[in-house]
Write a new protein. Structure first.
Length: 325
């Protein structure tokens, strides 16, 4: 068996304990596929954002042997945002140990660290929505998108606030080993294998109080009827709302229009079937509600830049490699 993929998590002074533990908890749920180590910049205990300090087993030298480096978010001196127009020397020295080509992942405001190191210049990235204005002011050369849960730019991935770290590590499991491995890890951790929408649904905004449960029940109904034609009038009728009221409330709750959300759910279901079955592309299209195989091909290419067959070759083979004989 090939050696486990080594993930080294960098814990900085003021680190958030919740996010610090995510790589070990999520990637560790895929037993034997990852080795997760935690290090500090100076081999000393690290003060957390909570009322305790942690002792870590490794110093910055561990970064040199990493296949993936994760930078956990931190609250310097109790502040929410790390104010890092210039990278402190100990952090810069630690990051300087990382080998070229190592995959980099930031959680939440740790994107400030990667940006201050120049590692996000000219790249798409995200961070916590509350930090977006400050981030743009400090790092205008980064293509910031504060509306998504994470951004995968190949060898650099950035995630949004707090629990979006779970999303990005499940995404890494899918990317490295396929959906079956990621889904098993999600079940073990009792989290959804993917979440709907982006950060927009979590941004503070006045939402009118409704005398019922909003559009959640209708979203559940849609997921059970993806194979059928679904017009906005069908959804509004199920929710017993006018078209205008339903569209407004849906967008307030989910962060995108009903049509865009349905397309995302159909693509998610199609990707699962491409990874986990041998069904022809045209049959998968019908199963998830696209009118033709051509429509599925066009939507998938627009979303992730590949054809259904190319996607299947990439992920179906990886699933088979890790499945027991």
């Amino acid at each position: 068996m090939a050696h486990a993929h080594r993930v080294v998590v960098l814990a900085l002074d003021g680190v958030y304990p919740f996010e610090l533990g995510m790589p070990s908890r999520i990637l560790g749920a895929a037993e034997g596929l990852y080795e997760v180590l935690t290090c500090s910049v100076d081999s000393l205990p690290v003060r957390t954002a909570a009322d305790f300090t942690i002792a870590v087993e490794h110093g910055p030298e561990a970064l040199a042997g990493a296949d993936t480096v994760v930078v956990a978010p931190f609250a310097p001196a109790g502040a929410f945002l790390p104010d890092l127009p210039d990278l402190p020397a100990p952090i810069a020295d630690a990051l300087g140990r990382i080998r070229p080509g190592t995959r980099l992942v930031s959680i939440c405001t740790a994107a400030f660290v990667l940006a201050a190191a120049g590692l996000l210049d000219g790249r798409p990235a995200t961070t916590h929505w509350q930090a977006a204005d400050r981030f743009r002011a400090l790092f205008p050369e980064v293509d910031l998108n504060p509306d998504v849960l994470f951004v995968d730019d190949g060898d650099v991935l950035t995630s949004a606030g707090a629990a979006s770290g779970v999303d990005v590590f499940l995404h890494l499991l899918r990317k490295d080993h396929g959906s079956e491995v990621a889904n098993r890890a999600a079940r073990r951790c009792v989290v959804p294998p993917w979440r709907e929408g982006g950060q927009a649904q979590y941004i503070e905004a006045p939402v009118p109080k409704a005398p019922h449960d909003g559009t959640a029940a209708t979203r559940r109904w849609v997921l059970a009827h993806l194979h059928e034609p679904l017009a906005l009038a069908d959804l509004a009728g199920h929710a017993r709302m006018s078209l205008r009221t339903f569209a407004r409330r849906f967008t307030d709750e989910v962060g995108m229009s009903p049509g865009r959300w349905i397309t995302q759910q159909r693509l998610a279901r199609a990707r699962h079937l491409l990874e986990s079955s041998d069904l022809p592309v045209d049959e998968i299209a019908g199963e998830v509600g696209f009118a033709t195989g051509t429509s599925l091909r066009q939507h998938l290419h627009a979303a992730i830049g590949v054809s259904p067959l190319a996607y299947r070759r990439t992920f179906r083979a990886k699933v088979r490699e890790v499945e027991p004989a």
